[in-house]
Design a protein. Structure first.
Length: 339
C-alpha cells in the first residue's frame, strides 16, 4: 500500500465544507476539490456531498493517469476507526453511528480508513511534516476549539475505546468557565479563537472605561481594524494587530501563551513527547510566543528538562485534513487495515 508511484484519495470532512485531494507518497497534495457541507440535513444528503467531492478529485486528469490505491477520511468528533463509523460530532449532527468509511468504499471501490481530524493531522505532521523524525509527537490544533493528537512510533494513540486525544478538554482550573463539553476550565476556554476574541474585547472595553479619550498607548489598532465595533474584534483581528506591533493585541496573546504553558506543562509531565507541533487556523498566531511558552512551561512541569522539548509550527495548514486522511494508509501499511 502507498507505493512510490501511487496516490491516495484524502477526504477532509468538516461542518461547513468537504475537501478532497490526491496525495502522493511524500505527502504532497497534488490536486484537490472542495464542496460545501450540509451538516444539518439528513445523513444521505451529507453523504452525497462527500461522494461528490471524492468524485471530483477522482475525475481529475492526474487521477485517471495514476494508480489510486486507497482512500482516507478525516472527520471531527468521536470516530470508531476500527468499524469506520462516525459515532457523533457536534458540528456534524447529520451522522450518529454512521458507517461513513464503508459507504465511501462502496462508492469508490477503494479500501477506506477514517479517523478523527486531530488524530489524522497529527499523523500527517509525524509522517511528513514538522514532527517527521521524532519518535513521539504531540499535536495541537488551535481554531474555534482546541484539538490534539498523539503519535508514538508512527502510530496514533487511540486509547482503549478510541476516545484518547481530547486534550482540548483537559481542565486547568476546576472553578473556571464552563465549557460546551460540560466541564469547567478546559484549556479551550482560555486559548481557542472565541476566548482570544473575548479577552481582546474585554481589554478594549476596560481601556475605554479608564479614559474617555484613550492615551496613545491605550488607543489600540484593534479598534481601527474592527471599524470601531467591539464585537467585530475576532481572533483573526487580534493576530493582524499583533503582527503590526499593537501592544494590547500582543498582551492578549501573551496571556493566551501563559495559559497554554500551564496546560503543556501538564502534558509534558504525563507524556514527555519528543516534540510539540502547533497547527490549526489560529496556531500561527502563537508562533512568536513559542519561546515564551517553553520558558513558562518549565514552571508548570516537574520535568527538569521540559524546556528542551521543541515547540514548532505545523507544516500543513488548511490542508492538514487531506494530508492526514491519506497518512492513515502510511500507518496501516503492512497491517491489511481498511474497510
Amino acid at each position: 500500500m502507498f507505493s512510490a508511484n501511487s496516490l491516495v484519495l484524502g477526504v477532509d470532512v468538516g461542518g461547513t465544507k468537504v475537501a478532497a485531494g490526491l496525495v502522493d507518497a511524500r505527502g504532497q497534495i497534488v490536486h484537490k476539490a472542495r464542496r460545501p457541507m450540509v451538516a444539518n440535513r439528513d445523513a444521505e444528503d451529507a453523504l452525497a456531498v462527500v461522494l461528490r467531492a471524492a468524485d471530483a478529485a477522482l475525475a481529475l486528469p492526474a487521477a485517471r493517469e495514476a494508480n489510486i490505491e486507497a482512500a482516507g477520511i478525516s472527520a471531527p468528533g468521536y470516530i470508531d476507526s476500527e468499524s469506520g463509523a462516525v459515532i457523533g460530532a457536534t458540528n456534524l449532527p447529520c451522522w450518529r453511528g454512521f458507517p461513513l468509511a464503508r459507504r465511501v468504499a462502496e462508492h469508490t471501490g477503494l479500501a477506506t480508513r477514517i479517523d478523527n481530524d486531530g488524530n489524522a493531522a497529527a499523523l500527517a505532521e509525524a509522517v511528513w511534516g514538522s514532527g517527521a523524525g521524532y519518535r513521539s509527537v504531540f499535536y495541537v490544533t488551535i481554531g474555534t476549539g482546541i484539538g490534539t493528537g498523539m503519535v508514538f512510533d508512527g502510530r496514533i494513540h487511540h486509547g482503549r475505546t478510541g476516545g484518547a486525544g481530547e486534550g482540548g478538554h483537559v481542565s486547568i482550573d476546576y472553578r473556571g468557565p464552563r465549557c460546551l463539553c460540560g466541564k469547567r476550565g478546559c484549556i479551550e476556554m482560555y486559548a481557542a479563537g472565541p476566548a482570544i476574541a473575548a479577552r481582546a474585547q474585554g481589554a478594549l472595553a476596560a481601556a475605554g472605561r479608564r479614559r474617555s479619550a484613550p492615551s496613545k498607548r491605550e488607543a489600540s489598532l484593534l479598534r481601527e481594524l474592527a471599524c470601531g465595533k467591539l464585537k467585530a474584534v475576532t481572533a483573526e483581528v487580534v493576530g493582524k494587530a499583533a503582527l503590526e506591533g499593537d501592544a494590547l493585541a500582543n498582551a492578549v496573546l501573551r496571556e493566551v501563551a501563559d495559559h497554554l504553558a500551564v496546560w503543556l506543562g501538564n502534558i509534558v509531565d504525563l507524556l514527555e513527547p519528543d516534540v510539540i507541533v502547533v497547527g490549526g487556523g489560529l496556531g500561527h498566531l502563537m508562533a512568536s510566543f513559542f519561546g515564551h511558552m517553553r520558558e513558562r512551561m518549565s514552571r508548570w512541569s516537574i520535568n527538569p528538562r521540559s524546556s528542551e522539548i521543541p515547540i514548532v509550527g505545523a507544516m500543513y495548514g488548511a490542508e492538514s485534513g487531506i494530508a492526514g486522511a491519506a497518512a492513515l494508509w502510511q500507518e496501516a501499511q503492512g497491517r491489511g487495515a481498511g474497510v
